[in-house]
Design a protein around this ligand. Structure first.
Ligand SMILES: Nc1ncnc2c1ncn2[C@@H]1O[C@H](COP(=O)(O)OP(=O)(O)OP(=O)(O)O)[C@@H](O)[C@H]1O
Ligand SMILES: [Mg+2]
Length: 267
């Protein structure tokens, strides 16, 4: 059974109003998107800016509501879940955003940021809290001396590691990664990407990996969904998409890769 099964997902946003304030135009951000994701697998969602990638990722976790379609996570209907059930399901599905500076609360220490999901979901006591957070941070390469620090005191790469530790806290099966390295310095991108790859192997995580940069996808993804204008225009294994792209759109995306990924970071 697939971990995540998405079928016929669509979403429109109001894009304009007339003089009376009535909604007149709609952006069809996502149109009839379907895919499956197996446990432990990485499915990349690629496409130009505005293709609908983030909207798909957010709908999959029900951070925004879809207009139509079904989303099954671990055999359960995500869209039909009541708030209590959804909250329980959220333990298994987490998200990492592009910019850790805006996804982490600047007034919360690193300890508190990583502990928060543990406190909210499992009411962990103070003593084991620090121990658990220290172990989580260790997994992502952040030492205990950073526990009492605040986001402003860490680099972008360090902060994204903290965001990853926070996402791992509840032992999820799925993480939606929305451009997780795009906002980072080029020099640390491959380190964070390799970390995500290592964690995936170690913990058997599935990733829905939103990315506009095909050079990164080849390193981490098993399969690729190519989106354009809200629709899936092509999908296949990484080998198929790279070796024999069917669509002109995909060929153009591939041609836009500036430099080949160094062999050293390929797995
Ligand atoms: N909350 C919103 N309100 C109105 N329009 C939106 C909203 N979110 C997304 N859109 C529109 O939906 C379309 C798809 O947006 P989305 O953010 O999913 O694209 P994307 O592929 O993630 O792009 P990018 O690579 O720039 O992140 C765009 O036209 C966008 O302007
Ligand atoms: Mg996006």
């Amino acid at each position: 059974m697939s971990l995540l099964e998405v079928a016929g997902l669509s979403k429109s946003f109001p894009a304009g109003r007339d003089l009376l304030g009535r909604r007149t135009r709609w952006t069809h951000a996502v149109h009839d998107v379907s895919f499956t994701l197996d446990p432990g697998e990485c499915l990349a969602v690629v496409g130009e800016s505005g293709a609908g990638k983030s909207t798909v990722g957010r709908m999959a976790l029900r951070l925004i509501e879809a207009d139509t379609g079904t989303i099954m996570f671990d055999g359960e209907d995500v869209r039909a879940a009541d708030p209590a059930r959804l909250r329980a399901m959220r333990r298994g599905m987490q998200m990492i955003f592009q910019d850790p500076h805006s996804s982490l609360d600047p007034r919360m220490s690193i300890l508190d940021a990583v502990a928060e999901p543990l406190i909210v979901h499992s009411g962990i006591d103070r003593g084991s809290r620090t121990r658990t957070v220290t172990a989580l941070l260790d997994k992502v390469g952040i030492g205990p001396r950073h526990l009492a620090k605040y986001p402003a005191e860490l680099s972008g790469g360090q902060l994204q590691r903290v965001a990853i530790a926070r996402a791992l806290a509840l032992k999820p099966k799925l993480i939606v990664c929305d451009e997780p390295v795009a906002a980072l310095d080029v020099s640390v991108r491959s380190q964070v990407l390799n970390l995500l790859g290592d964690l995936q192997q170690e913990l058997g995580l599935a990733y829905l990996f939103v990315c506009h940069d095909l050079a990164l996808i080849e390193v981490i993804a098993d399969r690729v969904l190519v989106m354009a204008g809200g629709r899936v225009v092509e999908s296949g294994t990484v080998e198929q998409i790279y070796g024999d792209p069917r669509q002109e759109y995909t060929r153009k995306l591939l041609a836009a890769i500036p430099v080949p990924v160094p062999r050293s970071v390929r797995r």
